[in-house]
Ligand binder design. Structure first.
Ligand code: GLC
Length: 548
């Protein structure tokens, strides 16, 4: 069995500022999170991914960093952070943090210095142009919120490049000093005890941007160098990258042509994410089957990170316009639910109409597909979104802990909260909260605990192969299997609302003592595998055999 911890991890993504507030100032903090580690341990989380924790003007939810060597004072101190790492480790939970080095905040002392004078030692840390770049209205990541990718700086009397918002100037990775600094940032946090990094915006970090060249070359060696550095500093540290690129480019992110994964360990599977959304919208697994067939074979040690929701909009840009519209119609019918022309700013439970069967089905499916599952905080209790908030903030509302005021998130006055807690209605904290669900064995939270515990017994999912089992099955049913030296798991997921029967008798010779380890209800035991019933929106995880 592989001892690469990240292949068997369950990653939980959270934003400290909306998780748990320990001192009543209305902003979540590190001590608050420490107080909730027991909750995460019980849920079965083995790794926490923290959204940016650094000091920031906070104009992009912390993705605009002002100091890479500190924690946001609103969250606590570096001492608190070290304590968090210790306490988490004691519970068997690792911590990875966001590494946001494509850009800095325009308030970062490096940029302030860089713009102030041509003689600044930091001038060449950013990307400049003397004249207005002809391609400056191309390549915006946030259309509607961002008008250009080059802006004029009156102090420097030059244009500077920013792939994202204009307050996020891009760092110049062609400059060896910048590369050395990024390595130093990694060393610092590894030394403190983090287990790795979620690398933000990797395709843009490696861009060697020049004005007037929208298809600038990419320096993939930057990633190889960084990987080597990180691995020397801490052998089991991992890089988990956000790289939403065309499928034929994915392989280069894992490794060079040599065939080993010498770059990124794990990539978020954006392609699968879009297809999952399409499949859920259609009640038909074809898109997922295509994804299982199409995705490139990964080099040894390379791993996918699967997800349904994250801290950003559901990104449907890799679907065709027609497919995207289908998903929009089902999951984002109102214009106000959509964002940037490509995405949906909602959480999963409301997208699925609050239908418990469909929510379980969706997460059972995600967690059983190849790779390491990543879960966004609040999804485990079925939280909703607040569309009165701007843009992506709709899905960044405080965690709903209990029936206490502010959902137990904070004791501050409601007006002083970092963001309002969702209250009232189907998704308000009065109806959706962790404490009530903890007491109820039939709750979604209890289901998540069981499901994650079951995954612990199925290491094939994280470490093994994942294949579509091509047998005649009703149109809505996906049958797939996971194989490794530890054995074989078989999975049935019915994405439609129609009951069905699947004949898997052909697998009988391989089966030892097939039995359901997780299912939406009690089915007749799989036995001969010839008439497997599956309810509408039902699922069955079947252990086929132990050992290959
Ligand atoms: C990534 C993050 C997003 C952020 C952007 C700029 O896409 O996921 O939240 O706004 O990078 O850093």
């Amino acid at each position: 069995m592989s001892d690469r911890w990240y292949e068997k991890a369950v990653i939980y993504c959270l934003d400290i500022d909306t998780y748990a507030d320990s001192d009543g100032d209305g902003v979540g903090d590190i001590k608050g999170l420490i107080g909730r580690l027991d909750y995460l341990a019980r849920l079965g989380v083995t790794c926490i991914w923290l959204n940016p924790i650094h000091p920031t003007p906070n104009r992009d939810d912390g993705y605009d960093v002002e100091d890479f060597y500190n924690v946001d004072p609103r969250f606590g101190t570096l001492g608190d952070f070290a304590e968090l790492l210790h306490q988490a480790r004691d519970l068997g939970i690792r911590v990875i943090i966001d590494l946001v080095v494509n850009h800095t905040s325009d308030q970062h002392p490096w940029f302030r210095s860089a713009r102030s004078s041509p003689d600044s030692p930091y001038r060449d840390w950013y990307v400049w142009s003397d004249s207005a770049p002809p391609d400056r209205r191309q390549g915006m990541v946030f259309p509607g919120e961002q008008a250009e990718t080059w802006s004029y700086d009156r102090t420097a009397k030059k244009w500077f490049y920013h792939r994202f918002y204009d307050f996020q100037p891009d760092l110049n990775i062609k400059n060896p000093e910048v590369r050395a600094e990024i390595r130093k940032i990694c060393s610092f946090w590894l030394q403190l005890g983090v287990s790795g990094f979620r690398m933000d915006a990797v395709p843009f970090i490696v861009e060697e941007t020049e004005a007037g060249r929208p298809d600038s070359p990419k320096d993939m060696e930057f990633i190889s160098e960084l990987r080597q550095h990180v691995q020397w500093r801490r052998g089991d540290a991992v890089l988990l990258a956000e790289a939403n690129v065309e499928p034929d480019q994915l392989k280069e992110y894992f490794g060079d042509a040599g065939g080993t994964a010498n770059r990124i360990h794990m990539l978020f599977d954006f392609m699968l994410n879009g297809r999952l959304m399409l499949a859920l919208a259609r009640g038909n697994p074809e898109g997922i089957i295509d994804a299982l067939h199409d995705t490139p074979k990964l080099p040894a040690g390379g791993q996918w990170a699967t997800f349904l929701r994250n801290h950003d909009e559901v990104d449907l840009s890799r679907l065709t316009a027609e497919q995207r519209n289908e998903v929009f119609e089902q999951f984002g019918p109102d214009e106000n639910m959509r964002l940037y022309g490509r995405g949906i700013r909602r959480r999963l439970a409301p997208m699925l109409g609050g239908d418990r069967r469909r929510i379980e089905l969706a997460y059972a499916l995600q967690f059983s597909l190849r790779g390491t599952p990543v879960l966004r905080y609040g999804e485990e209790i079925g939280m909703g979104e607040d569309l009165s908030q701007d843009g992506r903030n709709a899905i960044r509302t405080p965690m709903q802990w209990s029936l206490l005021p502010n959902g137990g998130f904070s004791s501050a006055k409601p007006g002083d909260l970092v963001r309002p807690v969702i209250s009232g209605g189907e998704y308000g904290y009065e109806r959706v909260n962790a404490t009530t669900q903890r007491h109820d064995p039939a709750s979604l939270l209890s289901w998540f605990e069981r499901m994650i515990r079951t995954l612990r017994e199925a290491p094939e999912v994280g470490s093994g192969s994942c294949t579509h089992v091509d047998v005649p099955a009703p149109a809505g049913v996906l049958v797939h299997r996971a194989d490794d030296v530890t054995g074989t798991m078989l999975f049935l997921h019915n994405l439609s609302d129609t009951d069905g029967v699947v004949d898997l008798g052909s697998l009988r010779p391989e089966a030892e003592f097939p039995n359901d380890v997780l299912a939406d209800r009690e089915y007749e035991e799989p036995g001969k595998l010839d008439k497997l019933a599956i309810a509408g929106y039902g699922y069955r995880w079947i252990r086929l055999r132990r050992r290959a």
